[in-house]
Design a protein around this ligand. Structure first.
Ligand code: PCA
Length: 201
């Protein structure tokens, strides 16, 4: 079994992105599954090109995307991705799309195909605050989740895909009164999420 796990590069003036920090600590193999770690750019245009190529080329059984949701206090497993790109904050290419579809003519939304509640349960059982989120926003993370689910749907692949948002790490929140989580806990959460999704397949 092959698992593609992605994290994002820093954005919005941050020096790190705790999602990539967590993904880069994953081993090459976990519970018998091969782990492919990839860092994605915070770019509406480039994620829509890179992800379909990566998924078609690697043909993973599971695609687990992760990103930072600064301001959220817990790990959130996303339930749905919508066909919208809308942002007042520029991406790392300086683009600020308004009410644009991720893919013209694609469905309005896709539900995550990983066991969303199973991952939340596994994290809580391990003592990590976690919950379901019913919106991945309309920034690059939602675009990445939508792109992965759409790519899999139109190619007829059987791969499961989903998205996990992580809070700021303590390191990022030292100078701002925002909720944060220890990076080692975020790392553990992502590893547990991978194990849970692998175990469910
Ligand atoms: N979080 C952003 C994009 C990259 C990331 O890590 C988001 O939630 O859309």
């Amino acid at each position: 079994m092959k698992v593609l796990v992605t994290g994002f590069e820093p954005f919005g003036g941050e020096e790190i992105n705790p999602s990539w920090r967590a993904v880069e600590t994953l081993p090459d193999e976990l519970n018998g599954a091969t782990i492919l770690r990839v860092q994605l750019p915070v770019s509406f245009e480039r994620v829509r090109k890179i992800l379909p190529r990566l998924i078609a080329g690697e043909r993973p059984d599971i695609v687990l995307l992760t990103g930072q949701a600064g301001g959220r206090p817990n790990i959130t497993v996303e339930r749905v991705a919508i066909n919208v790109m809308d942002s007042t904050m520029p991406d790392n290419d300086g683009l600020k799309p308004e009410d644009e579809p991720v893919f013209e003519g694609a469905p309005d939304a896709y539900f995550a195909t990983i066991p969303v509640k199973g991952v939340v349960r596994a994290l809580r059982n391990a003592g990590i605050p976690a919950g379901i989120s019913n919106t991945a926003g309309t920034y690059v993370c939602n675009t990445a989740m939508f792109t992965a689910l759409h790519t899999i749907a139109v190619s007829g692949m059987e791969a499961k895909a989903g998205f996990i948002h992580v809070p700021f790490s303590h390191e990022q929140a030292l100078d701002k009164p925002r909720p944060s989580m220890a990076q080692r806990t975020i790392n553990e959460a992502i590893r547990l999420a991978v194990e849970t999704v692998v175990g469910a397949r």
